[in-house]
Design a protein around this ligand. Structure first.
Ligand code: SAH
Length: 193
């Protein structure tokens, strides 16, 4: 195991998930998905960890996250990369996550309220992209905003079940796609509320 993997696991183990949710705080320590309101859920912690490890972060990585939600995954990404650009379509979740992560004194997270299908053009390209909502296929705009040599983790499938997929863009732009495991995420919706 790389040293960085150990560091990520150690950091993850001391994270307090109850900080990131406003209801059912007493369930935060269980390894299960929980409601964060607005019909959205925070994934089970072991899946958040797995996705983070698969993304293969490095200290200089600039990361795009689609689906800020509670900000739990955002915090883990931000602790191990240079900067995180996170996009959330539900205004209230965007505001709440921003408040929490500022209070937790993260200074390398940039928040946007909008449609993550479009990525964040002004700050592209990204070394890493993490999508935490289910897409029918890889959004073209996101692929376009991934650097050569970059990696993206995304659940691809229908609303009931998806393949967690690792997309790698080679040095000459060729795309390879690797199945990781079956997952169930809430849907990636078009537009913003
Ligand atoms: N990573 C989050 C899990 C969020 S659930 C966490 O750790 O809590 C998925 C999130 O994706 C929801 O907050 C949902 O509102 C958001 N989402 C869905 N479609 C989106 C889109 N097109 N653009 C941005 N965010 C989107």
């Amino acid at each position: 195991m790389h040293d960085q993997e150990k560091d990520i696991i150690r950091y993850f183990e001391q994270m307090d998930r109850s900080y990131f949710i406003d209801e059912n705080k007493e369930l935060a320590s269980l390894d299960q998905a929980l409601s964060i309101g607005y019909g959205q859920t925070i994934s089970q912690p072991t899946l958040v960890l797995k996705m983070t490890l698969e993304l293969d972060l490095f200290p200089e990585s600039r990361v795009l996250e689609v689906g800020t939600g509670s900000g739990f995954q955002t915090a883990l990404l931000a602790a191990f990369s240079e900067s995180v650009y996170t996009v959330e379509r539900i205004g209230a979740l965007h505001e709440r996550a921003k408040e929490r992560l500022k209070e937790a004194e993260f200074t390398n997270i940039h928040f946007k309220h909008g449609d993550g299908n479009l990525g964040w053009k002004e700050n592209a390209p990204f070394d890493r992209i993490m999508v935490t909502a289910a897409a029918p296929d890889i959004p073209e705009q996101l692929l376009g905003q991934l650097k050569n040599g970059g990696k993206m983790i995304i659940p691809i499938g229908n609303p009931h079940s998806q393949d967690l997929t690792l997309i790698e863009k080679g040095e000459t732009g060729e795309i390879t796609s690797t199945f990781i495991m079956p997952v169930v995420f809430v849907g990636l919706v078009g537009g913003e509320d």
